[in-house]
Design a protein around this ligand. Sequence first.
Ligand code: PAF
Length: 283
Amino acid sequence: MEIARTVDELRLHSDAWRALKRMIAIVPTMGALHEGHLSLIREAHRQADEVIVSIFVNPTQFAPGEDLDAYPRDPEGDLEKLRAAGVDLVWMPSVQEMYPDGFATTIHVEGPAKAGLEDTFRPGHFDGVATVVAKLFLQSGANVAVFGEKDYQQLLVVRRMAWDLDIPVKVTGAPIIRESDGLAMSSRNAYLSEEERRKAPALWRALNAAAEAILSGTAPDQATREARADLETAGFEVDYLEARNAQTLAPIDDPSSEPVRILGAARLGRTRLIDNIPLRKED
Ligand code: PAF
C-alpha cells in the first residue's frame, strides 16, 4: 500500500494508472475509520481496479466552535485497517498541502445544499465539503467516488457539484452500516457516554416510526412532528426530523408517488447524531 502526502506523489500513481487504462476509485474520509468506511472500500473495489482512500480532517467544513480539534484521529490504526482492506493508495495531505498560503477559492453549491436541513444548522459546511471534494476529485483523477448515505445531503451536494463542474467522476452512494441496535456507524459515536450510547438508537427508531406512520396514511408533516416530539421526550435536542423527496430534498407533495427519504439530526449531550432511511426499500 502506497502513502502519498503531496499532490505530486499522488499524481505519480494516478497518472500511471490512467496511462494503463486502470479504473480508479476514491473513498474520501476524515479518518477514524470504522466498518462503515470499510464497506465503502469494498464497494470501491467492486467498481474499480485501483482504490485510493483519502484521510483528511478538512478544517474548512467545520464552523468555529464545532469539533475540529476534538475530531477523533487514529492515523496508525487507520493505516492498519486500510492495509487489511487491500487499499492501493492512501492520500494523506497536510492542511498546508491542501490549502497552501494564499488559497482563495471556494465552491458554493445551491440546490441540495440549500434544502434547509444540515445547511441550516451548519452554515458554510457544504462550501467546505464541496471545495475539498472537488480538489480530491481533481487531484486523484478518480473515475468513481464512493460516499456513505449516512451523510445523505452531502451525497446529493457532491453529485450536483461534480455534474455542474463537468468533473468526469461517477459519484456512488453506499448504504448506511448500523450497529446491532440500529445506531448508524459514525466516527462521532466515540463521543457518546455509556448512557448516551444506550439512548442513541432512538434516533433511528424515530425515523422508522415516522416511516410507518406515513405508510399507513398519516401526513408526512404530522408523522415527522410526532416522531420529533418522542425524540425530545427521550432527551434529544432535535435539529430537524423531516420527510423529503429523495432526489431533490424538496418537501413532499404526495408520498405515494415520489421517492421519499426521512432525515434527522439531533444532539445527545455534546454529540450530534445524523441519520436517514428510505421510506420504502426502493426509495
Ligand atoms: O463525509 C466526510 O467524511 C467528509 O465530509 C468528506 C466527504 C471526507 C469531506 O471532507
